[in-house]
Ligand binder design. Structure first.
Ligand SMILES: [Zn+2]
Ligand SMILES: [Zn+2]
Length: 337
């Protein structure tokens, strides 16, 4: 999940730890994001310590929240033998450097992490690129300037770049006391996204690919068709036949197939709204399509994720031959093919 606004005044929760099944603990960590109050890390027993799946975002006091959640289930940061990140978003990778520093563990993560590196290594270039995308998408000059200023003021929520010790790709196995977990590459939500599957126990660490409460997000601009990738990744996960899903936000859930179906249905509904909007109002900008999908205008709060998602839907419809992009001066508009 990705949110682009932080509110210092947001009422904070505390980190909490709880056992999910013997040998697996959910570490619920507070987030400073409106509407997304927490994210999950999971500790899985491994020899004399644990493997940690994801680690929460970095901000003042965040490492203490992770320590607090671990202490509630009798664990400590020094027990972490390996950190495995499902993807390179700040709420899953943000504290990786802190965890590695405290425990001396290795970090394993998928190598398609340019979407994270860009904003750390050259934040001004990344902002300029976002500004240009928003401008081409028809965002008017005045809100564009406001959004850019607020994006510039925002912290990355990542402690620092820490290089993965191992590329988390198909074929890699994460050993734990509950058996080996295999890597299932699941791009779409983010190019670096993977799920971890324990086949004998039919367990799935799903990151943000499958959430208890269906909520879609796609990183725009790194691959040609994130929505298409996400749908293929849903097929890959459905074929696993997992029975317990440990997701990146919210409670774990058992009806994995129903969640896959709900995601497919929501993607189909969104795509149809976009297609119908283009059919009725095209040629139309992505900015003007947003209210047709979500029922309200883009705001400073929603621009960071609704605009990229809308662009991803448009690019998927273009990839499937339903719509075409039309350059209109410096603005991009969309029409039925
Ligand atoms: Zn995410
Ligand atoms: Zn997330």
């Amino acid at each position: 999940m990705v949110r682009t606004m932080s509110f210092a005044t947001h009422r904070r929760e505390f980190g909490r730890g709880e056992r999910v099944v013997p040998g697996i603990w959910r570490l619920r960590l507070p987030l400073p994001w409106p509407g997304v109050p927490h994210c999950n890390a999971y500790a899985v027993a491994a020899g004399d310590g644990v493997v940690l799946f994801d680690c929460g975002l970095h901000e003042p006091g965040s490492l203490a929240q992770l320590e607090r959640a671990m202490e509630q289930v009798g664990l400590h940061l020094r027990d972490v033998r390996l950190l495995v990140c499902t993807h390179a978003h700040s709420d899953h990778y943000g504290q990786a450097a802190s965890v590695v520093d405290a425990s001396g563990c290795e970090l394993w993560m998928h190598p398609a992490d340019a979407h994270m590196r860009g904003s750390l290594e050259d934040p001004e270039a990344r902002l300029a690129r976002r500004f240009e995308i928003a401008r081409q998408s028809g965002v008017p000059a005045k809100p564009l300037r406001t959004w850019l200023a607020s994006a510039r003021a925002r912290d990355s929520e990542i402690a620092r770049l820490v290089e993965p010790d191992r590329a988390l790709v198909t074929g890699v196995v994460v050993p734990t006391d509950l058996g080996p977990w295999t890597v299932v590459e699941t791009p779409g939500h983010a190019p670096s996204h993977v799920c971890l599957h324990q086949p004998e126990r039919r367990l799935l660490v799903s990151g943000d690919h499958l959430l208890g409460r269906v909520s879609l997000y796609f990183d725009y601009g790194w691959t040609p068709d994130p929505v298409g990738e996400f749908l293929s990744s849903l097929d890959a996960v459905a074929a696993l036949d997992a029975r317990l899903c440990l997701s990146g936000h919210g409670r774990s859930f058992t009806d994995v197939r129903a969640h896959v179906e709900a995601n497919r249905a929501l993607v189909a509904e969104r795509l149809e709204r976009v297609r119908a909007g283009v059919a009725e109002h095209g040629p139309i900008t992505a900015y003007d399509i947003v209210p047709l999908i979500y029922g309200e205008e883009l705001t400073q709060l929603t621009a960071g994720w609704r605009l990229p998602k809308t662009l991803c839907y448009l690019h998927h419809l273009a990839a499937t031959g339903a719509v075409v992009s039309i350059e209109d001066g410096e603005t991009e508009r969309w029409a039925l093919a």
